[in-house]
Ligand binder design. Structure first.
Ligand code: ADP
Length: 434
């Protein structure tokens, strides 16, 4: 919920006079047991509705809908299916004054739904950008389900539920992996038998791509420089954490791999470990593959190291209170993050800016300060006052004047999805010239 609603206050103002035609996009993030959504204006980012259904697939399904600015309703949906959840979400649109197609064409500037944009986790090697959804795209997303067994089937359930409820509504799929398809083979290949790649697709795909695309564009705008020519390292630090090298607006390296388990220390995920650990523990502790996977995904990271929780706020507070395990968790988190950032510079050959984003990146001045202190050799510095204010009064900048800028750039994946949806549906409506 937190990230669904993030950034709304800041966007409300800019909506006025933005020249929005009244077209709104329904952005959906359908997970294995939850559906997050937002109805927003793609030009301004202004939200009309947002919310989340939890325990989807069970009789305990609960839908929480916020109509901006502050009207919140909670509904029980005993039927529990994605279909029931999506139908109910769509049912809230007319109440919010949004014109639906079946009620006739909207007047100029009248709020109306122009399309649905879906977050889709895995697009394999096929999808290098967002696409309009058709039967063939649905089949392709399904074909990548083995790469994201928890996510892609749920993302598809959301797409199919919208299709069933509003067959004529254009839909767009926006992939977490697409942004990273510009990585060169030296960055995406693992040194494993060729057949693992050729037959089973074992390579680094990378995730958080929609966030990286958004913050790269925003960072360039804040720096007053075109993306072409700019060399950035961006650190998306939420519950899942990764770092990406962005050169000329495209990803050239990233820390997450075949799965979102590789790389940094995360809330409950281990990040990198010696792959030998699996055989060792299977042997010594009799753990199965499923048990090992479960432990690496849900009982590791900040949670495993600190013992106090997976939330960085809890870990920081415990560390400040003298808890030794929490202190170590912060140290390992920061050491691995700084090491990864430095490693990303290899693919850039020069660093212009380091961008912090997502929950920890946007809010923890302490973690940012610790990381910057370890990266002085790259030319990074900290402006302690600007950092304490999260760069809000300094166009994101939290470093002192110098050749390398450290900055905080709040991410907004929903807005990126809404923009892609508006762009692709507009292109589809335009008559072809042939
Ligand atoms: P998600 O990946 O689920 O979208 P978020 O981007 O919302 O997650 O980030 C969640 C993380 O951000 C949690 O670890 C949370 O503790 C951390 N976080 C949020 N606010 C702060 C803060 N003020 N200080 C430190 N960490 C914070």
């Amino acid at each position: 919920m937190a990230s669904t609603i993030r950034g709304v206050a800041a966007m409300g103002e800019s909506a006025r006079g933005s020249g929005d035609s009244g077209g709104l996009v329904l952005v959906l993030n359908s997970g294995s047991s939850s559906v997050r959504f937002a109805l927003l204006a793609p030009a301004s980012g202004e939200r009309v509705l947002a919310g989340m259904a939890e325990q989807v697939g069970t009789p305990g399904t609960e839908l929480r809908v916020r109509r901006y600015p502050d009207h919140v309703v909670t509904e029980q949906l005993p039927e529990g299916s994605y279909q029931a959840v999506i139908s109910r979400i769509l049912g809230h649109l007319p109440d919010a004054g949004v014109r639906m197609a079946e009620n006739g064409a909207p007047g100029p500037g009248q709020p109306h739904l122009i399309g649905a944009g879906h977050r889709v986790v895995h697009g394999g090697e096929r999808f290098t950008a967002s696409v309009l959804v058709d039967d063939e795209v649905i089949a392709a997303i399904r074909s990548f389900s083995h790469l994201a067994p928890l996510h892609n089937p749920a993302n598809l359930a959301g797409i199919e539920a919208v299709r069933a409820a509003r067959p004529g509504l254009p839909q767009v799929a926006v992939f977490d992996t697409a942004f990273h398809q510009t990585m060169p083979p030296r960055a995406f290949r693992y040194a494993v038998p060729e057949e693992w790649y050729a037959r089973y697709g074992v390579r680094r795909y990378g995730f958080h791509g929609t966030s990286y695309r958004f913050v790269s564009e925003r960072a360039a705008a804040l720096l007053g420089r075109p993306l072409t020519g700019l060399r950035l390292v961006a650190a998306h630090l939420g519950n899942g954490c990764s770092v990406t090298a962005v050169r000329d607006g495209g990803s050239v390296d990233t820390t997450m791999g075949l799965t979102p388990l590789e790389g940094l220390v995360m809330g409950t995920r281990s990040g990198d470990v010696d792959p030998g650990v699996f055989g060792y523990l299977a042997d010594r502790a009799g753990l199965t593959i499923d048990e090992l996977n479960e432990a690496m995904y849900t009982a590791s990271g900040l949670q495993g190291l600190s013992g106090v929780g997976s939330d960085m706020r809890t870990v920081e507070a415990a560390a400040a209170g003298g808890n030794e395990r929490a202190r170590l968790a912060v140290e390992v988190f920061v050491h691995r993050l700084a090491k990864a950032i430095a490693g990303m510079v290899v693919g850039l050959e020069r660093l212009d800016a380091l961008v912090f984003t997502a929950g920890i990146g946007e809010n923890s001045a302490f973690i940012r300060s610790q990381v910057l202190a370890r990266l002085g050799f790259l030319g990074l510095t900290e402006d302690a006052e600007a950092n304490a204010r999260h760069g809000r009064d300094s166009r994101g900048r939290i470093s002192l004047d110098g050749p390398v800028t450290a900055m905080v750039v709040p991410t907004d994946e929903e807005l990126m999805i809404a923009r892609d949806t508006a762009r692709l549906t507009a292109a589809a409506r335009r008559p072809s010239r042939g």
